[in-house]
Design a protein around this ligand. Structure first.
Ligand code: DC
Length: 225
């Protein structure tokens, strides 16, 4: 008899594809908890910046000391019991997260923490786990796997609008350039690069609204497509 699949919905894809919004809306619709694994790398990056850490060993030590939980309402990652919120969303933290997530030792420690957080929750409810390597490395045994993507232009435009709405002054050109840099690093790194699992359903959101994407994912989960 084959092993039962884990009660996890894996959502992978590049930044700006609408993954975060889709994941949180889907979790809401399913009554599931949400684990944002990007936030786990961002938390390590934020602390590394605070401590001015520069070596692989130091990044790994920081990762080992992190304590992750999901908040009671199932929506937020707590780091040492705290919601680090917008502190994890700066461009500096984004680049640092992309940088430290290249290191094998850092990934090993963080992956193991992600597994225990999601496993603990998935005993009672489904868990939507959002990231880059969820369907391939963290939970290859996830019950549902999606790869949410969009064209580079659309992704950069969405990110630009988001930053503008937050009052951040940037040009679309610089957002595109930063995105290209991050994409390249995330998909060419030696360990667990951004890759679509062979058994994942690919959803191109370039021409779709969030509502349409969530609806499509729900249909797949319910086995109605
Ligand atoms: O999804 P995000 O933009 O919040 O992720 C921040 C960085 O963390 C991203 O550049 C790559 C890394 N990351 C990763 O390597 N593996 C994951 N499962 C999630 C994020």
């Amino acid at each position: 008899m084959s092993k039962p699949k884990l009660n996890v919905v894996a959502i992978d894809g590049p930044s700006g594809a609408g993954k975060s919004t889709v994941s949180s809306e889907l979790a809401k619709a399913l009554g599931a908890r949400l684990l944002d694994t990007g936030a786990t790398y961002r938390a390590a990056a934020y602390i590394a910046l605070q401590k001015k850490a520069t070596s692989e060993k130091a990044f790994e030590r920081i990762a080992r000391e992190l304590d992750f939980k999901i908040s009671r309402d199932g929506k937020t990652l707590l780091v040492g019991g705290r919601n680090l919120g917008v502190r994890l969303r700066t461009e500096r933290v984004s680049q640092m997260a992309s940088f430290i997530s290249q290191f094998k030792g850092v990934r090993k420690v963080i992956t193991s923490k992600q597994r225990s957080v999601a496993r603990r929750c998935s005993r009672h409810n489904p868990v939507v786990v959002e990231g880059r390597d969820i369907g391939t490395v963290v939970f290859p045994d996830a019950r549902h796997k999606f790869f949410v993507t969009a064209s580079p232009k659309v992704r950069a435009e969405r990110r630009y609008e988001q930053l503008k709405a937050r009052g951040v002054r940037v040009s679309l050109h610089s957002v595109l350039a930063e995105q290209a840099k991050r994409d390249k690093r995330d998909s060419t790194r030696a360990h667990a690069p951004l890759k679509c699992a062979t058994d994942a359903i690919v959803v191109d959101t370039s021409e779709m609204t969030i509502k349409e994407v969530v609806g499509l994912l729900e249909k797949h989960i319910a086995g109605k497509t």
